[in-house]
Design a protein around this ligand. Structure first.
Ligand SMILES: Cc1cc2ncn([C@H]3O[C@H](COP(=O)(O)O)[C@@H](O)[C@H]3O)c2cc1C
Ligand SMILES: O=C(O)c1cccnc1
Length: 346
């Protein structure tokens, strides 16, 4: 996996700006929708993308040894059970993806035990992580391999004509490694970042904070891949890889919730220019998400108090991005419609 992001051309952004300014509306009156359209054109170089966009969600599934510390409100077997639910089309992300017209692909990148299911993409890099309170969650090789899974799938999607990538995940316990990764890479304190995940009570939240704090004091981190290996998880690595792979092919990627933010933080630590190639779908309700969003200088497309993951927020936001592109490509210009221009054109 060689991370080499293409140089983007400011002229593409300006072409989109020019077209938007000539559409039958006061300049800038479609607000952030106009920014989304310009950014999409800047990333892809396509002023008239074909609509609807081909959109794809990858739900990366993985298990977490740290669940034995009592950090989730749900038992670990739910990860596998939800894989069957995704493949049967019954999960939240399936419903939203049907509305959005997005495909949903499910990837076993680190589930504990064998999963036999038709349609499941098998790219297991570890059989669940180890309990990072006691030992590193993954080896460096496993962490690297998880990044590669996401990177390769993004490249494959680009070859198959996907124009918008939507990272999702399923993994009971994964808000704990996500918080640890964020604290390690952004220098934040566990009490500001660790949240209730699936809905743990006050006592479990206290324990979850301690687990993250102890792990952070236990390890010394050499680099972002070392952080991913010691306190991360396979689906977090795959999401980081998806950002980098999408960007390398000029396919925009929409950041989803808290786990997705952890993956993005790793991608950004490896290649700061990743920021040019992404959108933030929403701001998760998980404690810490708002702080991370602010610190990274991102703006959520929607803010709907979601805290599910699976790619739901990214997929919802994809409909807004697509709407912005429809504006750009289908609205009449002043010339086309014979509408008189105002004095802002003088
Ligand atoms: C039925 C169910 C479906 C889910 N879909 C996503 N998550 C979300 O919750 C998990 C993270 O929270 P924690 O760290 O507290 O375990 C992840 O699987 C995440 O995707 C779900 C959780 C459950 C229970
Ligand atoms: O923000 C998320 O995506 C999230 C929050 C809590 C639990 N699972 C996912």
């Amino acid at each position: 996996m060689e991370i080499r992001l293409p140089e983007l051309n400011r002229a593409d952004y300006e072409r989109a700006q020019k077209r938007l300014d000539n559409l039958t509306k006061p300049r800038g009156s479609l607000g952030y929708l106009e920014e989304l359209a310009k950014q999409y054109v800047y990333i892809t170089g396509e002023l008239f993308p074909q609509l609807p966009l081909k959109k794809r969600v990858y739900v990366f599934a993985g298990d977490h040894g740290v669940v034995e510390e009592g950090v989730s409100a749900y038992p670990p077997e739910v990860t596998k059970q939800m894989i069957y639910n995704f493949l049967a089309g019954g999960a939240g992300i399936n419903v939203i993806a049907r509305q959005a017209g997005a495909e949903v692909f499910v990837v076993d990148v680190g589930v504990a035990g064998e999963v036999q299911a038709e349609g499941l993409i098998k790219r297991k890099v570890c059989p669940g992580t180890r309990n990072f309170l006691k030992e590193p969650a993954m080896s460096r090789e496993e962490a690297q391999a998880s990044l590669e899974v996401g990177f390769e799938l993004a490249c494959q999607a680009a070859e198959e004509g996907v124009k918008l990538l939507l990272p999702g995940e399923m993994g009971i316990g994964n808000t704990t490694p996500s918080a640890a990764v964020i604290c390690a890479l952004l220098g934040e304190k566990p009490e500001d970042i660790v949240g209730r995940g699936t809905g743990i009570d006050d006592e479990a939240l206290k324990r979850k904070r301690e687990v993250v704090a102890q792990a952070l004091s236990r390890y010394k981190f050499d680099d972002p891949i070392d952080v991913l290996a010691k306190v991360g998880g396979a689906e977090i690595g795959a999401i980081a890889g998806l950002f980098l792979g999408g960007a390398s092919k000029r396919v925009p990627v929409i950041i989803d919730g808290f786990i997705s933010l952890a993956g993005y933080t790793i991608a950004q630590a490896l290649e700061p220019r990743i920021k040019e190639f992404v959108f933030l779908g929403h701001c998760s309700e998980e404690k810490g998400a708002a702080l991370v969003v602010k610190k990274l200088g991102l703006r959520p497309i929607v803010d709907l108090n979601l805290r599910l993951g699976e790619g739901t927020g990214a997929c919802l936001a994809s409909m807004i991005v697509e709407t912005a592109l429809r504006i750009l490509t289908e609205m009449a210009t002043f010339e086309d419609a014979g509408v008189t221009k105002g004095n802002e054109f003088d």
